[in-house]
Ligand binder design. Structure first.
Ligand code: SF4
Length: 73
């Protein structure tokens, strides 16, 4: 969810059913800004505020990667 304007490109933004702005997802369910080869954010300097709060290598991060079949290390 986009709470503040951090400069996310418009083509990567969608509206949810309540009219809120969210990151677009591709058919695989992942954020459209994820580079599928490197798993890195392609808009890192402009990523949403929530993404900035999500700690890399945190328990939640590693759990998400493991649940999606990605070795967290
Ligand atoms: S940090 Fe991750 S979820 Fe956030 S915009 Fe970048 S690729 Fe998407």
């Amino acid at each position: 969810m986009l709470i503040t304007d951090t400069g996310v490109p418009k083509e990567l933004i969608e509206k949810d059913q309540w009219g809120g702005e969210i990151m677009k997802r591709l058919d695989d369910g992942w954020c459209a800004a994820v580079d599928r080869d490197t798993l890195m954010c392609t808009i890192y300097e402009n990523r949403p505020w929530i993404c900035r709060e999500f700690e890399m290598a945190s328990y939640e991060c590693e759990t998400e990667r493991r649940d999606n079949g990605i070795d967290p290390h």
